[in-house]
Design a protein around this ligand. Structure first.
Ligand code: DCP
Ligand code: MG
Length: 360
């Protein structure tokens, strides 16, 4: 059986402007515009939701913003404060998953497929993240929950500000059928205009086109559009710093000589590691065991395979490596196992039973 991922996209609401309002309560309830000053040649970085009501938006010239909303509060950006706040947001996100991919100062994806807290519900995790951000930083974030990045990001924009929206696996394909192509990941203004000329306005129209026909018109991107049209997006959440290895070790309460007990402990460790690999969509090529004998002398044994390790042969390899040590003859105080030579798979579906639709 295969299980979809659980992905959360977090996007702070009117980020720069909200930080300014938080730090200066007098601004509350007033239109706030952060960026170039009205009499400058600068542009709007962002506007709070009050100012947006007058049509002010990011990237608009400050002069234009002034014409639309002359009574707004115009502020120069304080980048240092935004960077520090962003660091605090990311720190909160890392409490909920160690697979966090920041996209900008105020936006990130989390893969929470492996998080078994909150009954394993990505929706409840998203709610907990929003609560932590409000409580600790006095800022609101919007969250989107879905089974891939494309839909999680769209979901976070559905109920902004302070939103939380979920697109469940069973609803994804229908949702995309009704989605205007301009909102598809990777479809910019030019492609959108070209699609409209071909009569492609929303997901359902794309589905009428074969992958080959799309490739003919749009080049390699055609493969991508055909996937998105089905509500599929195989991109994994890319953890910021890719790990080089994954391991476990324990020190026994008292030294152990019995080979079977030690083997059993190593098997327990490797099972945990294999689950972690699966959740992150990683493959490993090298397995290493570490034995520390009672007198602190250490033995490291390692084996590398051209093909990625799988559950079955990793176990027999550990047994084989253990036989190359003095385990069974000498007391052992610590054992550990590490996998390395990590590689990300492009597989879009997890093979671990961690997901249920009812608790998405
Ligand atoms: N930003 C910028 N110039 C832009 C767009 C954004 O300087 N053209 C900055 C200011 C924003 C921050 O990046 O506060 C985050 O961008 P978002 O697109 O997420 O916009 P906001 O967070 O301001 O608003 P929201 O996400 O609620 O729509
Ligand atoms: Mg934002």
């Amino acid at each position: 059986m295969i299980y979809p991922r659980k992905i959360i996209h977090i996007d702070m609401d009117a980020f720069y402007a909200s930080v300014e309002e938080r730090d200066n309560p007098e601004l509350k309830g007033r239109p706030v515009i952060v960026g170039g000053l009205p009499n400058s040649r600068g542009v709007v970085a962002t506007a709070n939701y009050e100012a947006r009501r007058y049509g002010v938006h990011s990237a608009m010239s400050a002069a234009q913003a002034y014409r639309l909303c002359p009574f707004a509060e115009y502020l120069r950006p304080r980048f240092e404060v935004y960077r520090e706040t962003s660091r605090q947001v990311m720190e909160i996100l890392h409490r909920f998953s160690d697979c966090v991919e920041p996209l900008s100062l105020d936006e990130a994806y989390l893969d929470v497929s492996g998080n078994m807290d909150y009954q394993g519900s990505a929706t409840l995790i998203a709610r907990a993240i929003k609560d932590a951000i409000i409580k600790e930083l006095c800022l609101t974030a919007s969250a989107g929950v879905s089974y891939n990045k494309f839909l999680a990001k769209i979901a976070s924009g559905l109920n902004k500000p302070d939103g939380l929206a979920v697109i469940r696996p069973k609803d994804g394909p229908d949702f995309v059928r009704n989605l205007p192509v301009g909102q598809f990941h990777g479809i910019g203004k030019a492609t959108e205009a070209k699609m409209k000329k071909l009569g492609i306005h929303q997901g359902a129209d794309l589905l009428n086109w074969s992958q080959n026909a799309l490739v003919l018109h749009f080049g390699k991107a055609g493969y991508w559009y055909a996937l998105l049209a089905k509500g599929e997006d195989p991109r994994p959440v890319r953890h910021h710093r890719q790990r080089q290895s994954l391991g476990h070790e324990i020190t026994f309460a008292h030294d152990i000589t019995d080979m079977e007990t030690i083997l059993e402990e190593l098997m327990r460790q490797i099972d945990k590691i294999m689950v972690k690999l699966a959740v992150r969509n990683w493959l490993a090529h090298t397995v290493t065991i570490k034995i520390k004998y009672g007198d602190f002398e250490q033995a490291i044994r390692s084996k590398t395979f051209r093909q990625a390790l799988n559950q079955k042969h990793i176990r027999s390899t550990i047994r084989e490596l253990l036989q190359k040590t003095k385990v069974g003859n000498r007391p052992v105080r610590l054992v550990g196992v590490t996998v390395s030579g990590l590689e990300e798979t492009s597989a879009m579906l997890l093979q671990t039973p961690l997901w249920q639709d009812r608790i998405f």
